[in-house]
Design a protein around this ligand. Structure first.
Ligand SMILES: Cc1cc2nc3c(=O)[nH]c(=O)nc-3n(C[C@H](O)[C@H](O)[C@H](O)COP(=O)(O)OP(=O)(O)OC[C@H]3O[C@@H](n4cnc5c(N)ncnc54)[C@H](O)[C@@H]3O)c2cc1C
Length: 424
């Protein structure tokens, strides 16, 4: 398809999803088009940014998100345990200094479909019912992540509503005398149980898991899984392995209070004031994308350049990043931000290719990602990195998560505060 990009018209980039991946793509692209070293690039590249094309390219970036702000998803277990932290973990887009740029606008709403031939997306603004409008683009970045169930992530789409949702959850989880049962010993269940116990030490918290090892679905070494259990017990979270949930039934206890009776398939029963289901049922948020770009499970079949598969329409103008792509490795925010940086670089190359006859684009490709993880378990963290193996302790917590479950680390990495870097 012929390009409609001229050297003076702003290049229209539509980013669906304003979380780690989407914001990284927007801000790195803006850096490159302003002739600056991209914020997500390696330090050596930043030191030699004279190589970066200096000519400014006018940009018109639109970030669409169903939420009215950036939610630090990694902090979700703590946002559901601490009201103070919940306040910090969701920042409305209008309050993010880095997005206050004439070339970037954010829209609160949902992209319902795209037409890759016409390069047009159908958009529904939040609160506008079925009323749709069209957003035209030169390049699209799909960064819509996974659709996760409650209470893995808050379901509210406005900050105000989210504060209410998290407070309600905290109140419900911290009252009563039978305690809280978290079902599912994957990363989310472990973190949720540990954060609840950390914030409310007097609360009885039990984590139940159907298999004989935590994190049983992850391709990670047993040493990491065993260390996670050790840290969980150290954090005073009761842990029941080999307990598969059979049913939960709402009952009234001897004191006349409502609570739950939980039955397991091995015959064991227990009471809880509150049951948190942390079994993962996350599906890629890709229903707005053409089927020919997706695999059978709905993940985008990206090329290593982050472009849509070569057999999809206009694949060179469509990129996908973050949790919704089919790629190796455990889904991580670091991976999503890195992909955002790579996509920004490759879009910048495509723009230059179209503006400069004879120019050959130099793409940065996504390498295969080995399994790796950093897991916060109360005051300590455990990590597995292929180069360094398993490590754990308070120092690992500091390194991977700082003092706020990684909020400041991500904020600084994306430079969301503009040039101001927050000290950890
Ligand atoms: C509880 C929990 C703990 C985690 N802990 C860690 C950790 O310690 N370390 C780590 O590295 N990773 C962790 N992760 C994983 C990490 O959060 C994800 O890898 C990361 O969020 C992926 O970022 P993303 O930008 O691809 O998508 P997401 O963060 O999922 O964001 C997608 C965005 O797209 C928006 N959206 C979706 N569909 C549409 C649409 N049609 N139109 C408009 N907007 C749309 C959503 O509102 C959302 O804001 C954790 C995840 C969870 C759930």
């Amino acid at each position: 398809m012929a390009s409609n990009i001229t050297n003076s018209a702003p290049v229209k980039v539509l980013i669906v999803g304003g979380s780690y991946g989407g914001l990284a793509a927007a801000l790195n692209l803006q850096d490159l088009c302003h002739g600056q070293a991209p914020r997500g690039g390696p330090t050596v590249e930043k030191d030699h940014h004279d190589d970066v094309e200096k000519a400014r390219i006018p940009l018109d970036i639109t970030i669409v998100d169903e939420r009215d702000g950036f939610f630090h998803l990694i902090g979700s277990p703590l946002a559901f345990a601490s009201e103070e932290y919940a306040e910090k973990a969701w920042i409305k887009y209008e309050d993010i200094p880095a997005l206050r740029s004439p070339g970037i606008r954010t829209l609160h709403g949902s992209v319902q479909s795209i037409d890759p031939q016409r390069k047009v997306a159908t958009f529904v603004a939040r609160g506008m019912g079925l009323q749709t409008s069209e957003l035209q683009y030169d390049y699209l970045v799909a960064a819509a992540g996974l659709r996760r169930v409650w209470p893995v992530v808050p379901q509210s789409l406005r900050r105000k509503q989210y504060i209410f949702e998290t407070s309600e959850h905290i109140r419900a989880a911290s009252t009563g005398r039978h305690g809280v049962v978290v079902v599912g010993g994957g990363a989310v269940g472990i973190e949720m149980a540990a954060e609840l116990k950390l914030v409310e030490p007097s609360l009885k918290v039990t984590l139940v898991h159907s298999r004989d090892r935590l994190l049983s679905a992850e391709p990670l070494p047993d040493e990491l899984k065993d260390k996670s259990l050790e840290l969980l017990l150290e954090a005073n979270v009761d842990t029941l392995l080999c307990h598969r949930l059979d049913s939960t039934e709402e009952i009234t206890d001897d004191s006349g209070n409502k609570c739950f009776r939980i039955r397991f398939t091995n015959g064991h029963t227990m009471m809880a004031d509150y049951v948190i289901m942390a079994v993962s049922r996350s599906v890629p948020s890709t229903s707005f994308l053409p089927k020919d770009a997706l695999d059978a499970e709905g993940y985008v079949r990206i090329q290593s350049s982050l472009e849509f598969p070569a057999d999809a329409a206009n694949s060179a103008d469509h990129f996908a990043i973050g949790d919704l792509v089919r790629w190796s490795g455990i889904k991580r925010c670091g991976g999503a931000m890195h992909m955002g940086y790579l996509a920004a670089n490759n879009i910048h190359q495509r723009i230059q290719e179209r503006r400069t006859p004879g120019m050959k684009p130099e793409f940065k490709n996504l390498d295969e990602i080995p399994p790796m993880i950093g897991l916060a378990v109360g005051k300590k963290a455990v990590s597995y990195w292929p180069q360094s193996g398993v490590s754990s302790g308070e120092d690992v917590m500091k390194l991977f998560f700082g003092d706020d479950l990684g909020f400041t680390i991500c904020w600084n990495h994306l430079r969301l505060g503009g040039d101001k870097v927050v000290q950890i």
